[in-house]
Structures are given as C-alpha cells and as structure tokens.
Design a binder for this molecule. Structure first.
Ligand code: MSP
Length: 543
C-alpha cells in the first residue's frame, strides 16, 4: 500500500502581489506532489495565505480598506498565479477562514492545558517585516533588521508567553533521532547551533492591534501571527481533532508517510524550532521534513521594495508558457542554494535544452521519419532481435528512471533534470548514429522500425519522467506519440519501469513543435516586451 504524502508551501503574506520567489516555492511543492501522485501515493498539496498581523493591518490602512476587504482583494492574484503556473494544489488555506480561527484556538487550549502558556510583561525590539521580536545581537547598527534593512520598533506590552525554553532539550533529542528533519544539512547545522545557545520563552499574543485570532478566554489579546500562521498546516486538514472527526487530518497528518514543509531559508527557524515545539506541547505528531530552499536574485539584483524589482510570474508565463518557467526554476538552481533568475539564461536554456534537445528529438522522429516512412504508426518490433546500440539506450532509460526518482525524492530537482537530459542527449546521439533517414532510403524496414520504436518508447518514458516538472508539455508530447494524457491514480505506480509500453500500430499525431526555437529577432522582441535589456547578464557580485 502506498501511504499518504502531505506537502506544503509557506503561506504567503498578502501585503504584496505574488513574485517569482513565491512561485519558486509553489512550483517545487507542485513537482513533489505530482511525483508522489504518479507513484500512486494518496497526496495532498497545500498552499495558502497568511492574512493576519500588524504588517497586513497597516498595509490595508494605507490602501484605505478594512483589513478583511484588503485580504479578500489580494487573495485573487495568488489563486490565479498558481493556476497559470499549473500548480494543482488540493487545499488553499486562508488564515481569516472560520475553520482556521477555530483550530488555532483549539491548539492554544491544548498548549494551555499542558501548562505551557503564562501571562507576563514584555519589552523588546520588533521587526514588523519579519513579524518577529529580535534580540539586540541580531540587529545591525542603528537598530536595523538585517532581513528587511528597516528600523525595528520598541514594543512594551503585557503578553502571553509560551514556555519555549522547556523545549530546548526535547528538540535537540528529536533532531538527533531524525537526522533528516531539516534539509539541506548545512541549514540543519545552523538550526542546531542556534538551539545550542538555549531558547527564551516566546511572546505569543499582542494587545496593541486587533487583526488576528482572539486568544481564547481573553479577547483583548490576539494570537501572535507566527503561531497563527504555522497552524495552517494542521488547520487546513481540520485538525487538531480526535480520530474520526476530521478525515483529511487523520489521513494526511496522522497517518502520512511523509509531511514535507517547503520553506525559504529566511523562515526556517520558525518551522524547525517554534513549530515542532508547539506541536510537542500539544502532543501532536511532528512533520517529517522541513526543506529550506535558497533565495533568487533577478538578473543579479536582490528583489526589494526600494528597487521596485519584484518580478511577477504572469508576464513570464505569457512569454514562455508555464512549463518552460517551471523547468527553468527547477533546472537553473540547485534546490537549497541561492541562485539567480536571469532572462538571458532562461532563453538560453529554452533554445539549447528544450528546443534543440527534447523538441528536436520529437521533430526528427515523430514529425519526420515515422510520418514519412511508417504511415505515422508505431511500428512493431521483435525485442529479442534488437542491436547493442538499442539496448544501450534502453539501459540508459532504465538507469535514468531510477536516478531521477532518487533525486526527486531528495528534492534535488536540478540533478533529476540533469540525469533526464543525459537521456535526451543519448537519444539524440542514438538517432545521429543509427541514421534512420538512411535506413529509409535503403529500404531497411526492419532496422528502421527498430530504431523508430526505440526512440518513440524513449519519448514515452520521457513524457512520464518529465511530467512532474512539465505536465502540460508532457501530455502534448504523449498526444503526439498517440498516447492519452497521464492520469495518476491512487495505488497505481506509473513511473516507467518496463520497456515496451507503446503499442505497435498506434497512430501518432505530429503537431506543432513542442518547443519552437526562438530566432534572434523573436528573442529580442520577447525580452523587450518583458522590459529586459537583451544583453543583460547576471552580475555575480550582487548574489
Ligand atoms: N507568511 C510567512 C510564512 C508563513 S508559513 C507558516 C512569510 N511569507 S512571505 O510571503 O514573506 O514569504 C513566503 C516565502 O517566499 C518564504 O519562504 C520566502 O523565503 C519566499 N521568498 C521571498 N522572496 C524570495 C526570493 N527572492 N527567492 C526565493 N524565495 C523567496 O514569510
């Protein structure tokens, strides 16, 4: 039995519109969930919005709107962006929903019953951008937050506290018992180093503004926005709940094989320290893995409000198509590393890898040789009569399938794509060396059929291997080789393993090229339309 998989993105603050940093996380989570579905695992992919807190309250005020009206208005572009990008989430949680509010209060009560919450006076520095208190040590000179490069505020109020300090040792024990709890390893070491200094109790309520979930039994206070936000992963499933009360929670939280939170490196501490401590306090099962990815710069520049260079995904999807952008995100930067989003590299990868590599393989065989010489039908072959060169390509496909699986399972998407592209290159080389156009001229039908079948079947494998990253293009590819779209089904593993799935006699349907190559003038006009200087090059100093 394939056991359930739960994968989440951070919930995004709605103070700004979605940009490629958000898209990067969401695409990665979509790839993980599409892969799990292909393997027949019951899968739940959650994304959503973080709609409470001082930052949002202030932003709504600037816009002259009531906070609820403001967040309702901002939710739409997030939903439509994920749809445009082909991100097929199962749940979309908004922290202003009644279910969420109710479940946050339920969690609070569990932590309170445990004796982990107390009332006290508090005074410290607060960064509204981070929605987090900062110690003096963490600040730059002039009391500036290093993340937001903005001054922090002095906050003094009566507040509820969570006994986080009690959880230093339990967390260290948990980390020791679960060496893959935080990925990548270097980030796990940072978390451990932070923890080794000991934890202070955490202020978990505020009285100086109203935009949040009321503290149960003391509505003067609203719940700290990070406690509220982290709870989304459980509240979206209807938890915390007793067994039988919330089926999604039972299946995807309590019984999941894996619970993976994909987050940016800047919010790792909240996920790797606060979140498991809250869950331990409430005696709720912990996630299996927190995966912290790096940050993207844009053409060598950091995205920031002051530079006004937040790059929205919409125009890129319009120019290149969703799958190309998804491919670029997953291929360009090692997941976990910082990297650069460069329009120039995107165009280069499009032309070099998608058009010349995969697109060319399709065109040469499906739109040309098979169409002209085999009546557009998948030929039949005697597998026992294949030649060594054919077997080598089949072996390569088999090795690629298991390597790609291993890499995707480790969220090393770029490695998975590197390995899949070795197969694409091997298949193109196979075509170069077997020269099917010559076989057609020599009327060597048996050999021509063997070669064409081998390439068509390789294309079928590629349509599955690449499906998590490029679902729409893979289904188009399948349509062209006469296959139906991939329809993942629970408990059926569709990952390619057995050679020969393509049925002889199947009619192929060569259509427009999957990835038409951009010539220079098209390239120029695309970049111009996107407002990018054609010669833009990543500046390594700004990384
Ligand atoms: N609301 C919190 C998360 C709560 S999760 C319980 C939050 N929201 S955010 O909108 O500010 O950021 C969401 C995610 O976007 C974070 O994981 C952050 O790392 C990511 N990114 C923001 N800018 C980014 C880049 N330039 N590059 C890659 N990811 C970036 O934090």
């Amino acid at each position: 039995m394939a056991r359930p998989v739960y994968v989440t993105t951070p919930i995004y603050y709605v103070n700004d519109r979605p940009h490629i940093g958000h898209a990067y996380s969401t695409v990665a989570a979509d790839v993980v969930s599409r892969y799990a579905r292909l393997r027949g695992k019951p899968t739940y992919f959650l994304t959503g919005l973080d709609e409470h807190g001082l930052k949002i309250e202030r932003r709504a005020k600037e816009e002259g709107l009531a906070p609820q009206d403001f967040v309702d208005q901002m939710a739409a572009p997030f939903r439509s962006t994920w749809e445009e990008l082909g991100c097929a989430h199962d749940g979309f949680i908004r922290t202003t929903s009644a279910q969420h509010r109710d479940r946050v209060q339920a969690l609070w009560k569990l932590m309170q019953d445990k004796g982990d919450i107390y009332l006290d006076d508090y005074e410290d520095w607060y960064c509204v951008g981070c929605e987090s208190f900062k110690t003096e040590k963490e600040l730059l000179e002039g009391k500036i937050c290093p993340v937001h490069q903005a001054p922090v505020e002095r906050i003094k109020e009566r507040s509820y506290f969570f006994r986080l300090s009690n959880y230093t040792q339990p967390l260290l024990d948990y980390y020791a018992a679960h060496p893959e709890f935080v990925r990548p390893d270097a980030r796990f070491n940072e978390v451990k180093a932070f923890l080794a200094e000991g934890l202070r109790d955490l202020s978990i309520s505020r009285t100086s503004f109203r935009w949040g979930v009321a503290v149960p039994g003391d509505p003067e206070h609203v719940v700290y926005v990070w406690l509220d936000a982290l709870m989304n992963y459980v509240s979206a499933l209807g938890g915390p709940a007793e067994e039988g009360e919330a089926p999604l929670y039972d299946e995807f939280w309590q019984s999941s094989e894996t619970i993976t939170h994909i987050v940016g490196k800047d919010i790792l501490r909240f996920h790797a320290i606060y979140w498991p401590a809250f869950l331990m306090s409430a005696e709720i099962r912990l996630p299996t893995q927190i995966w912290a990815h790096g940050w993207l710069t844009v053409n060598g520049e950091k995205m920031s409000k002051s530079l006004g260079n937040f790059l929205p995904p919409g125009p890129l999807v319009e120019a290149f198509g969703a799958d190309v952008l998804r491919y670029y995100f997953m291929r360009e930067v090692g997941f976990g590393q910082d990297g650069d989003f460069s329009h120039r590299n995107l165009v280069n990868r499009y032309n070099g890898e998608l058009a010349n590599g995969l697109g060319n393989l399709m065109n040469r065989i499906v739109a040309s040789i098979v169409k002209k010489n085999l009546g557009g039908r998948v030929p039949s072959v005697d597998f026992d009569a294949l030649e060594d060169v054919d077997r080598q390509l089949i072996d390569k496909a088999t090795a690629t399938s298991s390597e790609a699986a291993k890499h995707i399972e480790a969220l090393a998407f770029h490695r998975a794509l590197d390995s899949i592209w070795e197969l694409v290159s091997a298949a193109n080389k196979y075509v170069d060396s077997t020269e099917p156009w010559k076989l057609a001229k020599q009327a060597d039908k048996t050999r021509l059929e063997q070669v064409c079948y081998t390439v068509l079947e390789t294309l079928r494998w590629l349509s599955v291997l690449l499906f998590p990253v490029m679902p729409t293009k893979c289904n188009e590819l399948r349509g062209q080789i006469g296959m139906g779209p991939l329809l993942p089904t629970e408990q059926t593993d569709l990952w390619p393993r057995a050679w020969g799935g393509l049925r002889p006699g199947t009619q192929t349907h060569p259509a427009t090229p999957l990835f038409p190559r951009f010539d220079e003038s098209q390239e120029r006009s695309i970049l111009e339309r996107l407002g990018v200087d054609k010669d833009v090059a990543p500046r390594s100093s700004a990384k």
